[in-house]
Design a protein. Structure first.
Lengths: 248, 94
């Protein structure tokens, strides 16, 4: 079922990035960020939950949000590769967040016109959250890029490492194309101009340059992931798999 | 850390019409980051709709050694409390 799978792609992006961001909890460089990062992670996980729940109901086979999050292996996950990239340092983490939010904000704004009630509801809430993620991560990019020698070097490393994962954001898989044709989800490629503008504005202040992408890494939407996703899922799913059906 | 991220005092206004109230402090590199951190640290449970941040260094505080001379003289001036009036019902909560 195309719409079910298209919603899973979207939900997986949010759950995986939300989990990645949550890995900073207790390890952030300062207390203020130790609260800010889980805040952002919870925004993403909240969106994922609503989308999983909705996808499961549309599919009509009784799959709950927990089934979808905890009982699928890495080849069944359909998230784009950007969101599974490891946290590395603060520069990588903030750039990944910035790239994703700069994509999702215009995407959700476009989704306010969706033919699907739940998607419209999610969009109304998530576009505000993404606006804040852009601002929060963007201000860090500016301070690190235009900061000390070391912070600028780390920022440049992050740009070099992550830019090959950008183009995949704008690809619509076959199932996504069907959901787009039905007016349920926005066309991913259509938000490129808004993304470029957001990135260009912050990069100018951060003294960073977008490298010319000679090569783009793809595969997430087909379930072809980097090995890091398996480790992430192992940690995220271990409790649920060890104690099936356990409740708080 | 305090050299690059000095201390800021955070004030939150819980609702329109109320005053900003001091809620705590935080470390941040500048005023923009201080506002963002204040939002992240102090408004997670819907505490307010407006934030002020002020550099802690900009606050001039009363001297604890002068507490007695500052504040004790008011203790016996009960006539300054408006408890000798009957407030008409129409006035409502004051």
């Amino acid at each position: 079922m195309a719409v079910f799978e298209a919603l899973l792609e979207l939900a997986d992006d949010h759950l995986i990035l939300g989990h990645r961001v949550s890995e900073w909890c207790g390890h952030a460089p300062m207390l203020e960020e130790d609260l800010a990062l889980p805040n952002m992670g919870l925004d993403l996980i909240g969106t994922a939950r609503t989308l999983y729940d909705h996808a499961g109901k549309l599919e009509g086979k009784g799959q709950t949000e927990d089934d979808l999050a905890y009982l699928r292996g890495e080849r069944e996950y359909r998230n784009c590769l950007l969101v599974e990239r490891p946290n590395e340092d603060f520069a990588h983490t903030m750039l990944r967040q910035f790239y994703f939010a700069a994509f999702m904000r215009p995407y959700w704004l476009a989704a306010l016109g969706s033919t699907d009630d739940v998607v419209r509801g999610v969009a109304g809430k998530a576009e505000k959250e993404m606006a804040y993620h852009i601002r929060h991560a963007g201000e860090w990019l500016i301070r690190m890029g235009d900061g000390t020698g070391e912070s600028a070097a780390r920022m440049h490393d992050a740009v070099d490492a992550l830019h090959i994962y950008v183009d995949e954001l704008f690809d619509s898989s076959e199932v996504a194309q069907q959901a787009e044709a039905a007016g349920i989800l926005p066309v991913r490629g259509d938000v490129r101009a808004a993304w470029d503008k957001t990135v260009a504005e912050v990069f100018a202040e951060a003294l960073l340059e977008q490298p010319q992408a000679s090569f783009a890494q793809r595969g997430g939407r087909q379930g072809i992931h980097n090995e890091t996703l398996g480790h992430l899922l192992a940690e995220m799913q271990v409790v649920h798999r060890a104690h099936p059906g356990a409740r708080w | 850390m305090t050299a690059t991220t000095p201390l800021w005092e955070v004030f939150i206004r819980p609702r329109n019409g109320l005053a900003h109230k001091h809620v705590g402090s935080l470390h941040a590199a500048d005023e923009v980051m201080a506002l963002q951190s204040a939002r992240d640290v102090y408004t997670r449970r819907g505490e307010g709709n407006s934030i002020w941040v002020v550099p802690s260094a900009a606050i001039t505080a009363s001297d604890p050694d002068q507490t007695a001379e500052n504040f004790e003289p008011t203790a016996d001036k009960i006539y300054r409390h408006p408890t000798f009036y009957d407030i008409p019902d129409e006035v409502g909560h004051m």
